[in-house]
Write a protein that binds this ligand. Sequence first.
Ligand code: APR
Length: 176
Amino acid sequence: MVAIEIVLGDITHEQVDAIVTAANESLLGGGGVDGAIHRAAGPRLAQAGGAIGPCEPGDAMATPAFDLNPSVTHIIHTVGPVWEGGDYDEAEILQSCYRRCLEVADELGALSLALPAIATGTYGFPADQAAGIAIATIRSTPTSVRHIRMVAFDEPTYTALTNALNQAESSETRPS
Ligand code: APR
């Protein structure tokens, strides 16, 4: 099973093979984590994103990482669901984001991957529910990635992800 670590910090500082950005369908960049990654990677990222986009919600596509930092070779762009109350397949689309990011990471041969809390900012997905989906999907998707770092940008997100991971791990070890 892939090792999952929850960390608090800025994903642009991560020293991993690939990092995931929570993009919009254009892949031309935006605000939030996408804005931070595009600022760090430089203008070539938007050019590369524009060349392969648009990206459907729930899908994921890779580009080089350009100027991000020397250890990161690829950026995996995924588009989360906009939260509209929970009755419009938002959970399934978010699940698909995490699954597709792992599939693309496998295609890239990435052994370490950093991901933000997709869709929990501008797109409004409730953090606790999103954290549960993230952890459950990552733990149930076969992958050749060895180390996953979920990077929270603030304390509430860090707590939500940590709780979700602890619950998943304790339910696995609890005697049936
Ligand atoms: N490192 C790690 N996480 C970050 C960073 C960062 N530098 N900056 C923001 N985040 C966190 C947010 O705090 C939130 O928990 O990333 C999570 C996702 O929030 P958003 O970046 O707003 O992404 P999302 O909710 O998926 O909305 C995507 O917003 O910025 C636009 O172009 C983007 O249209 C797209 C939409």
